[in-house]
Design a protein around this ligand. Structure first.
Ligand code: ZN
Length: 277
């Protein structure tokens, strides 16, 4: 394995949800002051903030906005609900454009009680429906595969191969793929599919955290980089060999870390990033 020691934060991005207890303003101020140059904004962080105010805050901070999280959740059993999801994704694209985010990450969705094949067709249809609006907004779509433990209700797209297949089927510069180590580290085809993703120009985002043993909560017990079993630096090497040179995004949902003092947590994130990513 080619170790690539990383000694600075120049490509470090933190997702606002990682420090969920903070308001957007607190996140922006604290990330900036510790030397983190970029942020991915989650939709909940914009609640109650005027979009122009959010845009001004982000512009003034000098932080680069890497992506907006998240759109998706297209599959539903009723056509009314599917249409609502499409409308909501169009609003998410407007919001992304409003804060200057070039990418909307899609957690594609799945509807419990219907076959995954049906959910996948609904995901495709939903993406087709919003793609013209994405183009008009100048915001790309990134398909994020989710770990199969979420196949029942969060995503029917569970491997990088599926995400690559879907992205390539659109053959659009506005559709790419987000590679998240938490969802994909177990996949025996990961290196091959990362290479394919890069070769096809679809590698749009790279998300990091770690997988704890045992994982106590399926959703909210992600680990800090280095405290779990993911071969992070090796996967980073694969991503970079595939041509990716964008921001490396720290995305940790954790009840445990959200209870901590968030400034202390951010210090730990920086240390873990420098040591393990
Ligand atoms: Zn992610």
């Amino acid at each position: 394995m080619k170790a690539q020691p990383l000694n600075d934060l120049s490509r470090c991005c933190v997702h606002s949800i990682t420090t969920k207890p903070w308001t957007l303003r607190q996140a922006v101020e604290n990330y900036s002051s510790i030397g983190i140059p970029a942020i991915t904004v989650w939709r909940d962080a914009l609640k109650g903030i005027d979009p122009t105010e959010a845009k001004n805050m982000l512009d003034d901070s000098g932080l680069e906005v890497v992506s907006y999280c998240r759109g998706g959740f297209f599959p539903h059993r009723s056509s009314e609900d599917r249409q609502k999801a499409i409308d909501d994704n169009r609003r998410a694209l407007d919001e992304a454009s409003g804060i200057g985010a070039p990418l909307l990450v899609l957690v594609c969705g799945a509807a419990p009680g219907q076959p995954l094949t049906a959910s996948r067709e609904q995901i495709r249809a939903g993406m087709e429906a919003i793609l013209p609006h994405a183009e008009a907004c100048g915001v790309s779509l990134a398909i994020e595969s989710l770990h199969p433990m979420y196949a029942d209700d969060r995503s029917a797209i569970n491997t990088l191969k599926q995400a690559n297949d879907l992205a390539e089927s659109f053959n659009s510069p506005w559709v790419g793929v987000a590679v998240d180590v938490y969802h994909l580290w177990w996949d025996p085809d990961l290196q091959k599919e990362i290479k394919r993703c890069g070769e096809n120009g679809n590698l749009a985002a790279f998300h990091v955290c770690d997988w704890k043993t045992p994982t106590k909560d399926l959703l909210l017990d992600r680990g800090l980089m280095g405290e779990g079993c993911i071969n992070l630096r090796e996967i980073r090497t694969w991503v970079e060999e595939a041509g990716f040179s964008g921001f490396i995004e720290v995305e940790i949902f954790s009840k445990y870390y959200w209870q901590m003092d968030q400034s202390e947590f951010l210090n730990q994130i920086v240390k873990a990033y420098l040591k393990h990513v």
